[in-house]
Write a protein that binds this ligand. Structure first.
Ligand SMILES: CC(C)(COP(=O)(O)OP(=O)(O)OC[C@H]1O[C@@H](n2cnc3c(N)ncnc32)[C@H](O)[C@@H]1OP(=O)(O)O)[C@@H](O)C(=O)NCCC(=O)NCCS
Length: 230
């Protein structure tokens, strides 16, 4: 059960070979068809498990059989529950073999999880995708800290985009977040939208070794609880 002013997080494994058939049976035909469109069998299975677990968790919160839920999508693809009628909101992210789910009531919410890859050319990617202040902050860090800082920054940006539901319709270089690994997660500025930084709360999540993750929610003062961690 979710209390008002609560956010619940679940971190779950996507490689669950024994559960694939059951979870697949919970999916709607269009979800099963989407799974079939993944070229790699492991990607197919992870989509089935990720979506089946999402239905299972939503079924638990809404006390409904998971296969009876219906999803709809915002113009930029953010899924929400269209049936049964509810004020529950959710978001999810997957990276490699892990999925992170966030559930709450009323407020807009976004999560992002990324596996930290130390071989990624982070300064090049930063130049291409990040805001100037983020690039500078990253360049000023000692090189051994740059990969973790980049992926942390990335999850802050993606979680914000996902909370707003805009996807990349809001370009990544039009807004800036705090970057340093010791800096509290927060939104610094959004071009043309001066009120945005006070509208959202950013929360750094330390969930699994080798992964960066951020939760962004509208407003402030919620209580974060964990449904399950690995
Ligand atoms: C879709 C997007 C919102 C996040 O994508 P992502 O970080 O690749 O993927 P994540 O695993 O974190 O999130 C995917 C989930 O977010 C949800 N989602 C999809 N569109 C969304 C949107 N507009 N807003 C919020 N959530 C969304 C879905 O539940 C999706 O899971 P599903 O496909 O199993 O249903 C979007 O920001 C995007 O396309 N990002 C890609 C960034 C990119 O291409 N960068 C290139 C440089 S490396």
């Amino acid at each position: 059960m979710l209390l008002p002013n609560e956010v619940q997080l679940w971190l779950l494994p996507l490689d669950q070979p024994g559960e694939v058939a059951h979870l697949n049976s919970l999916l709607a035909p269009e979800e099963q068809a989407r799974a079939q469109r993944f070229l790699r069998p492991d990607h197919q299975r992870r989509f089935v498990v990720g979506r089946g677990l999402l239905r299972t968790l939503l079924g638990h919160y809404l006390t409904i059989e998971p296969q009876r839920l219906k999803f709809a999508y915002s113009p930029h693809g953010k899924p929400f529950v269209s049936w049964p009628p509810t004020n529950l909101t959710f978001n999810l992210s997957h990276s490699n073999t892990l999925a992170l789910y966030a559930f709450t009531l009323q407020r807009a919410i976004g999560v992002d999880l990324e596996q930290i890859n130390n071989a990624t050319p982070v300064l090049r990617l930063a130049e291409r995708f990040l805001a100037p202040s983020e690039q500078l902050a990253l360049q000023n860090l000692p090189p051994p800290l740059q990969a973790e800082a980049f992926f942390t920054c990335w999850t802050r940006k993606e979680a914000y985009l996902k909370a707003r539901g805009t996807g990349l319709a809001l370009p990544l270089n039009r807004f800036a977040v705090a970057v340093g690994p010791t800096e509290p997660a927060r939104l610094l500025s959004v071009e043309g939208e001066p009120a945005e930084p006070t509208r959202w709360t950013f929360q750094a999540l330390n969930l699994a070794s080798g992964y960066a993750a951020t939760l962004v929610g509208e407003g402030s003062g919620w209580q974060l609880n964990y449904g399950a961690l690995l």
